[in-house]
Design a protein around this ligand. Structure first.
Ligand code: FES
Length: 118
């Protein structure tokens, strides 16, 4: 279990996303609210497009820009086709004015999406 600070809070406004590479994987960090951030694998499970280029919805889902798959950012579950497999969700917290991620703590049992990674 290794928490890593991936951003200062003032680097990521509410509603913003960023990609960080951890353990060789692209991780999409999303600051949902002032006091909540989430971290998911950045690769769509449909055709492996980068999710950070997508659109955050008011219900805390993320729409893939390629073919509009929609993922719940807390559970990783797809909420409609074409994607049918969930994306990995990782431990993420806000503490000491920073956003922290621990990719060794995956919170769901989603498989790591296969390459290409972006
Ligand atoms: S690659 Fe994301 S919906 Fe097709």
């Amino acid at each position: 279990m290794v928490w890593e600070a991936v951003a200062d809070l003032d680097q990521l406004e509410e509603g913003d996303m960023m990609v960080v590479r951890m353990n060789g994987e692209p991780i999409c960090v999303v600051r949902l609210y002032e006091d909540e951030a989430v971290a998911v694998h950045n690769t769509c499970t449909h055709q492996q497009q980068p999710l950070n280029e997508g659109y955050l919805q008011e219900d805390d889902t993320l729409i893939c820009p390629a073919h509009n798959s929609c993922f719940d950012l807390r559970t990783g579950e797809p909420k409609g086709v074409p994607a049918v497999a969930p994306i990995p969700v990782y431990a993420c917290k806000i503490e000491d004015d920073a956003i922290w991620v621990d990719v060794d703590q995956q919170l769901n049992d989603a498989e790591i999406p296969h390459k290409p990674y972006h």
